[in-house]
Write a protein that binds this ligand. Sequence first.
Ligand code: NAD
Length: 174
Amino acid sequence: MKYRRALFIGRFQPLHNGHLHVIQRILQESEEIIIAVGSAQESYTLRNPLTVGERIEIIHDVLKMLNAIDRAYIVPIPDINENAVWPARVMEYCPKFDCVYSGNELVIMLFERFDIKTVRIQHIKRNLYQGKVIRERILRGLDYRDLVPEIVYKKLKQFGFDERIKRLVGMQNG
Ligand code: NAD
C-alpha cells in the first residue's frame, strides 16, 4: 500500500460512477480511506439537493457494497469563508491522513499550501459522470440509471431525489 490513510473530499450530489472509480482506486492504494462530505451545511438547492445525512447514508451503502466499511471513515465538513485556511478545518474534522486524492484544482492548490501530499485524479467520462449532468437529466425527464451505482439509484428513488429537483426548479421559476 502506498498510503496509510487517504482523504477523498466531494459534495457527492449525487455519488456517481466517477466517484465510485476513485473510491475503488484509493482502496487499492491506501490502507484506509476518509470520505469527507463537503458543503455539509448545504441541502435543498439545485446545486446541492441532498442533505448531508442522505449523502452519508449513500456513501455508507457504497462502502458496504465494496466490503470496505471497516477501512473507511465518513466525515461531514461544512464550508468556511476563508479558502486559505480551509485545509486546517478539514484536518480538524478528520482523523489524520497522509494524502489527498482530488481532481478539483482548488482543493489541490489549498492542500499543497499545507505541504500535504496530493494525488491528481483524472476524470473519467466527465461528460456523463458529473452531478450536474445527472441533475439536468432529471429536469429533462431522462433516466440516469447508467450514471450511478445501482445501490445509489435505488437510494435516490427512495429519497424522492427526482421529485425534489423538479420542485426546486419550479420554485426558482415561480
Ligand atoms: P464533487 O462531488 O463534484 O467531486 C468530488 C471529487 O470527485 C473531486 O475530486 C472530483 O475531481 C472527482 N470527480 C468528479 N467527477 C469525476 C469523474 N467523472 N471521474 C473521476 N473523478 C471525478 O465535489 P467538489 O465540489 O469537487 O468537492 C469539493 C468540496 O470541497 C466542496 O464541498 C467545496 O465546497 C469544498 N471546499 C470548501 C472550501 C471552503 O470551505 N473554503 C474550499 C475548497 C473546497
